[in-house]
Design a binder for this molecule. Structure first.
Ligand code: CP3
Length: 340
């Protein structure tokens, strides 16, 4: 079906659009009372992710309630390790926990590559969302970058330093490459199926890019992101590598259309280093804790920095859970009012 609002797709393809498209990372879930009330009736986060009708419903909430220019499918990057044989739990107010983690070669031998069918619930949710959207706005599909997924498979949950994951790169670099390859192949299959189900754009989240040294990033992350990006031919691809300012120049060679910037990144520098790429971002999520005036002023200031360069407005990372939805709306409306 043809898209009625295709600003995101045109901007991703390098067009200077008549107005800047806007969406927020982590817009589905977390902030909306309408999400919280659905979530409260369920056994937990996974029931929501694995029930296509419910996942579809919360995917549509930010489109209808906030007026963003894209939907992002409600799921999690952790469905990939689960489909490979390491299941996760989502612990209330704490975050993900993997009862089993990767420690040895034997643990890695017990993993399997994803064939696709394991994640049918995601593709079904995508099909339902597409049907409901009726081409109103595009739908973004996503996955974690292999390095970020490996972090959780080794660490078993969140961490301030991910030093166990980084230790693994030092002590077991060969095994690390074996797992990263398996995650990459699984992710390619997964994302191809998301596109077949109807995803209009794919975003790869490398949330823990910034904890690697430039040499490590070049060895353990970029080649795998490139393999995934290169394999997606039918829709534009966005790579968001949090904290990877040191790699921006190399990222200009990735087979992707858009690079996401976090709020620490220098926009002028990124515009030069990433000439051929659309840029996405990069308002500090904390700006949304300010009052109306300060949100409007800071959003405008951010947009000015991208003027004349293909741009998709977003925050520099996911919206924080305690952000007031009205403040998110002020941000969205400020972008829509800006003369690009
Ligand atoms: O817009 C959306 O929020 C849609 C879906 C989405 C979720 N997770 C749902 C979710 C997306 C795009 C993600 C990505 C994700 N998940 C990332 C990459 C993006 C980033 O923020 O860096 C990462 C690292 C994860 C792993 C993860 N999932 C963590 C660390 C946590 C706990 C803390 C947190 O971020 O909320 C989750 C839980 C999670 N995933 C929630 C949601 C809505 C909150 C749990 C709940 O509602 O019960």
């Amino acid at each position: 079906m043809e898209l009625k609002n295709d600003l995101l797709i045109r901007a991703a393809k390098g067009e200077l659009t008549e107005r800047t498209p806007v969406w927020l990372m982590r817009q589905a879930g977390r902030i909306l009372p309408e999400y919280k009330s659905i979530r409260a009736k369920l056994s937990g986060f996974k029931e929501l992710v694995e029930t296509p009708e419910l996942a579809a419903e919360v995917t549509l909430q930010p489109v209808n309630l906030l007026g963003v220019d894209a939907a992002i499918i409600f799921s999690d990057i952790l469905v990939i390790p689960e489909a490979m044989g390491l299941s996760y739990e989502m612990i209330e107010k704490k975050g993900p926990h993997f009862p089993k983690t990767l420690k040895s070669e034997a643990d890695i031998k017990s993993l399997h590559k994803v064939e696709g069918g394991e994640l049918n619930y995601v593709y079904e949710a995508i099909r339902l969302v597409k049907k409901e959207l009726k081409g109103h706005v595009p739908l973004i599909g996503f996955a974690g970058a292999p390095w970020t997924i490996l972090c959780y498979m080794i660490e078993g949950g969140g961490s301030k330093t991910f030093s166990n994951a980084r230790k693994f790169l030092i002590q077991e670099s060969k095994l690390a490459h074996t797992v990263l390859s398996m995650i990459t192949d699984s992710t390619i299959k997964y994302l191809h199926n998301q596109v077949l189900a109807g995803a209009n754009l794919i975003q790869i989240f490398d949330s823990w890019a910034g904890i690697l040294s430039p040499d490590q990033y070049r060895e353990f992350s970029l080649p795998y992101i490139e393999k995934i990006s290169k394999s997606i031919l039918d829709v534009p691809v966005t790579v968001f590598a949090k904290g990877a300012y040191f790699a921006l120049k190399e990222m200009s060679n990735l087979s992707c259309n858009t690079i996401g910037l976090d709020w620490n990144m220098d926009v002028n520098e990124a515009r030069v280093l990433l000439k051929g790429k659309t840029l996405q971002g990069n308002l500090d999520p904390c700006v949304l804790y300010g009052d109306r005036d300060s949100i409007e002023i800071k959003t405008k200031k951010m947009l000015e920095k991208f003027k004349g360069h293909p741009h998709i407005a977003n925050l520099g990372h996911g919206v924080y859970p305690d952000t007031h939805p009205d403040h998110v709306k002020i941000f969205i409306e400020a972008v829509k009012a800006f003369k690009a």
